[in-house]
Design a protein. Structure first.
Lengths: 343, 77
């Protein structure tokens, strides 16, 4: 996206800044919107996504909390059910365990249990992903864990344009939204650098609608589906495949719930081959769901067995060589294509 | 006449080196004075670099380059 925009007068933002800008713009026009979480105030968020908010809106609306997700995420669900529009941060998705009752038994179900009379317009933003040697409790994606449970929308942007528009849409949504942002795409330096995530972002407010995947690169020989960091791995793999004369199409899911099965299917119908890239664990996850979506509709569109490039089913190692060995990367995607190329 | 974009001596304490983490405008962009141009990081803390003048940006230090206080990381012509 960034390469196609005119070089002059372009304003690029990191995902971190795009998220903070979307939150600030909604806070200016809706006094019910407030933010809670650990180190989201004076520090501006460990991942930079609340920078500048406490200075503009004060400590009443930008609340640093104790390290007690059980307490403050439960409080956010109550506030949302009572007419406020909280944005609450679970700093690392890995720590969902202590607050999961509030998330999936209360936040996700209250609207159903009340026959629609209670709305829960809550945004739970949480960091995902590894690649910087932070080991098994700070590096998981857990996309499938959240997308599996009904009652909440689940989104994860791959670039700053989508991050701003999806955060704006999440805050305005009448239902709970899990906004999962990959640490390696935040533009924070120490978490790794992915220049492709820092793109041109309009200053005015806008929404990127949920449930609409994006074809970020068109091709004819294979469809590579991913989200967040997986999109950047897929794009790099597509460059490598192009050198071998293979034309790869790349689909950025953007939203897991609701899932845009049509865009995935239509792409595979065109290319005949499917590779799913997922930094979440291999088994019982997003990658299997994508493949099932295509096979259930019409298995005859596939010229070859679908492939997944996902995280092995092991806790994430601290050792850098071991973690890098486990992570999806462009070479693994190319290798996966080689196994189905002749079909 | 070109204006240097120089890393200020008082941007952070000490003489540790920094790494360029982001450019918010591409090479050749038209920029305006005080506009956010770049971020550099020291010990996991990011510092903002703003445009010292109006003009056309030339990037000298790329993302991931190591830089020190006093270094010229870009120019505005």
């Amino acid at each position: 996206m960034n390469d196609k925009v005119s070089a002059t007068n372009e304003r690029r933002l990191t995902i971190a800044r795009a998220m903070a800008e979307a939150i600030a713009q909604e806070m200016r026009v809706d006094e019910r919107v407030f933010v809670m979480g650990e180190d989201i105030g004076t520090l501006g968020g460990v991942f930079g996504n609340t920078r500048g908010l406490v200075e503009e809106f004060g400590k009443l609306r930008v609340r640093d909390t104790p390290i007690s997700e059980t307490g403050f995420i439960g409080a956010a669900v109550g506030a949302a059910s009572d007419g406020m529009r909280p944005i609450v941060e679970l700093m690392f998705v890995d720590f969902f365990g202590v607050c999961m009752d509030a998330i999936y038994n209360l936040m996700a179900k209250n609207t159903y249990f009340s026959g629609g009379s209670v709305k829960v317009p809550l945004v739970l933003m949480t960091s995902t992903g590894g690649g910087y040697s932070d080991a098994g409790q700070h590096s998981q994606c857990l996309y499938g864990t959240f997308a599996h449970l009904p009652g909440m929308k689940v989104v994860s942007p791959s670039n700053a344009y989508d991050a701003k528009g999806m955060m704006t849409a999440a805050i305005r949504d009448e239902n709970p939204v899990i906004f999962m942002y990959h640490k390696g795409l935040q533009g924070m330096g120490w978490l790794g650098t992915e220049p492709g995530a820092t793109v041109n972002v309009p200053e005015e407010s806008y929404e990127v609608p949920f449930g609409k995947a994006a074809v970020v690169r068109e091709g004819t020989d294979v469809t590579i589906v991913g989200l967040a960091m997986g999109v950047h791995n897929a794009l790099k793999a597509a460059d490598l495949l192009a050198k071998k004369g293979v034309s790869a199409e790349v689909v950025d899911l953007r939203t897991l719930v609701p899932l845009d099965r049509d865009t995935v299917f239509n792409s595979v119908k065109k290319t005949g081959r499917l590779i799913v890239v997922d930094e979440d664990y291999h088994s019982f996850g997003v990658s299997g769901e994508i493949i099932a979506s295509v096979c259930e509709r019409d298995v005859s569109v596939l010229k070859a067995a679908p492939r997944r490039v996902a995280y092995p089913d092991v806790p994430i190692p601290f050792s850098r060589p071991m973690e890098q060995f486990c992570l999806p990367n462009p070479d693994k995607i190319v290798a996966a294509f080689d196994t189905i190329a002749g079909a | 006449m070109a204006t240097d974009i120089t890393i200020a001596d008082d941007m952070w304490d000490g003489d540790e080196q920094a790494v360029v983490t982001n450019w918010f405008a591409p090479d050749g962009a038209a920029v305006t004075k005080d506009m956010l141009l770049a971020e550099i990081m020291v010990a996991k803390i990011q510092y903002e670099v703003r445009a010292p003048a109006d003009g056309t940006l030339t990037i000298v230090s790329k993302v991931d380059d190591i830089v020190s206080k006093g270094d010229v990381i870009g120019r505005i012509g």
